[in-house]
Design a protein around this ligand. Structure first.
Ligand SMILES: [Mg+2]
Length: 300
């Protein structure tokens, strides 16, 4: 049998702390090796489809294969600082055409969550460029409204002030206790000027002050993965999440009941394979997906 570039091991292998095969060693598609038989795909973007401004080798072909094969899919990204349209443009600049509807970002997932659950103006403490992803949802205006039906917290960066944070707090303390939505829970990020607070600390401050728990729409929160499944009308067990972040992508998906596959691109580190349990499926890159799917996942 020709050597495959992917490797996998099932639950019976998991008590071993190390993968049963050296990383990169191939395995065949024996019955007990294939851990999942997906029909739908969730795919991380940064580190999987592209990295450092360029497409990963073979990613364009893999994405074309996903589309040609008609596999229901969503690209999942935690980007909340730009509208979905800008992500489509960025991918286009790298030579990859992707439909906007196939990309799920925290603002888009939050908008879908709100449409199904709240009625009334929503207070958006988010970067203005992402307002377009909230579409027709009525926005809270303090000149017109006394209360908000929900409060959404995103990364406002230097636009945060005590007054704005306190306004969000006041809206959440209304008798109706509107839901608090968080566009991810990233703690901080690195800028040219050093580390900077992201959205998470502000959400934590509001959770602490109000005694409420935020609905988090961003990896690794289960609600975000469930939003993707809802958009695909797919079941957990028949979906595969592919990512380069063992915790945010793979373990997050698996906590939501979705099998995860780790790619050895992007932020992958060899120490990710020492996790207990180890990732149940590892690809050298997304370029290996079509071969694995045709050889293994579609064998029924
Ligand atoms: Mg990534």
């Amino acid at each position: 049998m020709p050597q495959a570039r992917y490797h996998g091991f099932d639950a019976s292998d998991r008590p071993q702390r190390k993968p049963p095969r050296a990383p990169g060693a191939g395995v065949h598609c024996g019955k007990r090796i294939v851990p999942v038989r997906p029909r739908s795909l969730l795919v991380d973007l940064d580190g999987v489809v592209y990295q450092e401004g360029h497409l990963v080798d073979g990613a364009a072909e893999a994405v074309a294969w996903i589309e040609d094969r008609g596999i229901p899919h969503r690209f999942l990204t935690n980007t909340s600082s730009r509208p979905r349209r800008a992500i489509v443009d960025k991918l286009g600049d790298m030579g990859l055409r992707v439909d906007a509807e196939h990309i799920l970002t925290p603002p888009v997932a939050a908008a879908d969550w709100l449409r199904g659950r709240v009625d009334g103006p929503v207070a958006l403490f988010v970067n203005e460029v992402t307002w377009e992803d909230f579409g027709d949802i009525a926005r809270f205006d303090e000149a017109k409204h006394r209360r908000a039906a929900a409060v959404v917290i995103g990364d406002l960066g230097e636009d945060w002030t005590f007054a704005r944070l306190n306004q969000a707090f006041g809206l959440l303390m209304n008798d109706a206790r509107p839901p608090l939505l968080a566009l991810g829970m990233t703690r901080y990020w690195r800028t040219g000027g050093g580390l900077q607070l992201d959205v998470g600390p502000f959400v934590k401050a509001l959770e602490y002050a109000t005694g409420t728990e935020a609905v988090v729409l961003g990896k690794p929160a289960p609600e975000f993965f469930h939003a993707a499944l809802h958009a695909l009308d797919a079941s957990q067990k028949e979906t595969l999440m592919i990512g380069d972040d063992r915790v945010g992508d793979v373990e997050g998906a698996e906590a939501a009941g979705i099998p995860g596959a780790l790619v050895r691109t992007g932020k992958f580190s060899p120490s990710d394979l020492d996790a207990d349990p180890p990732p149940s499926l590892v690809f050298d890159s997304i370029a290996d997906l079509p071969g694995w799917w045709e050889d293994c996942a579609s064998a029924r």
